[in-house]
Write a protein that binds this ligand. Structure first.
Ligand code: GDP
Length: 297
């Protein structure tokens, strides 16, 4: 897991090892060479090309013209570039700034939206908050039952209609019901696929218009690699998204999606999903993530 990214970033130090400790300044040319190779390595670790170029450019600027007295210093310079690129203030989910606090989840089919909503509901329930889940994926067979099973497991309430119903109506009813009962949160699950993507986006826009969620969160796969940049761009353009959650970080991911999403999207990553259990959702911590991908020296 994340090995490829570690290899890509670890090689920076090796390439300028001769400069470290000898008081040699890293020349512009050397920094450029390192940046060029880094782009290739990052792309192989599934970072999208434009994100890889941006990262390499920033690392180049941090290295060129500087004298390093140890490998450790080189590592620290790279580290601070990466932490800086990944750090964006993420929206706070709890406590709810308003009641009910409405969060709408969007993203491709099968990436783990329903599971992620259950994980968030679980955390909120543990914090003592009441949660209503709107089963507004009325498209995929089995999705409503899946939501109900999860809700029962984590102690949330479900508002549902039947399959084929207007998702905006489901979301509207969930909000109405939460207001009537004084619930803290409404989490809106949505469909990831429709007959055409155009339909899907129109449907999601309608939900957004009708319930005016406080937050719209994109859920994507951490193992989707560079493809995730395009997905985020599309959802952001069409709907506007406030945050990102990447799932399946426990699977055989190269880690590129996290860097890609963070660099390309200019939207904060809020959580990463690390498994299928309710507890397997961790707030995204740039420092911790960079420690995972940057080898010790
Ligand atoms: P949705 O269609 O986006 O709502 O996706 P689901 O929530 O139904 O999830 C699709 C599959 O991905 C299910 O088998 C989940 O158990 C699995 N899944 C979701 N999140 C994670 C995760 O963080 N790690 C792993 N390994 N599997 C996950």
């Amino acid at each position: 897991m994340l090995d490829r990214l570690r290899k890509a970033l670890g090689s920076i130090g090796e390439r300028i090892a001769e400069a470290a400790g000898t008081g040699i300044t890293v020349s512009e040319k050397k920094a450029e060479e390192i940046a060029d190779e880094l782009v290739l390595e990052l792309v192989q670790a599934d970072v999208a090309l434009d994100a890889a170029e941006k990262i390499a450019e920033r690392i180049k600027s941090a290295l060129a013209g500087r004298k390093f007295s140890s490998r450790r210093e080189i590592r620290d310079a790279v580290r601070s570039v990466l932490v800086d690129l990944l750090s964006r203030e993420a929206p706070k989910i709890a406590p709810p700034p308003e009641k009910p606090y409405i969060i709408m989840f969007v993203g491709p089919n099968g990436v783990g939206k329903t599971t992620t909503i259950a994980k968030i509901a679980h955390q909120l329930r543990k914090g003592g908050y009441s949660v209503v889940i709107a089963a507004a994926d009325t498209f995929r067979a089995g999705s409503i039952e899946q939501t109900e099973e999860w809700a029962e497991r984590v102690g949330a309430r479900v508002v549902k209609h039947s399959y084929g119903a207007d998702p905006a109506a489901v979301a509207f009813d969930a909000v109405k019901s939460a207001k009537a009962r004084g619930d803290d949160y409404v989490l809106i699950d949505t469909a990831g696929r429709q007959e055409t993507n155009e339909n899907l986006m129109e449907q999601l826009k309608k939900i957004k218009r009708v319930v005016k969620p406080h937050l719209t969160v994109f859920v994507g796969e951490g193992m989707a690699g560079s493809a995730v940049a395009e997905q985020i761009r599309r959802f952001n353009e069409e709907l506007g998204i406030d945050g990102i959650i990447l799932t399946k970080m426990d699977t055989d991911t190269k880690g590129g999606a996290v860097l890609t999403a963070a660099v390309a999207a200019e939207v904060p990553i809020i959580y990463l999903g690390w498994g299928e259990a309710p507890e397997d959702l961790k707030p995204f911590d740039p420092e911790e993530f960079v420690s995972k991908i940057l080898p010790e020296v």
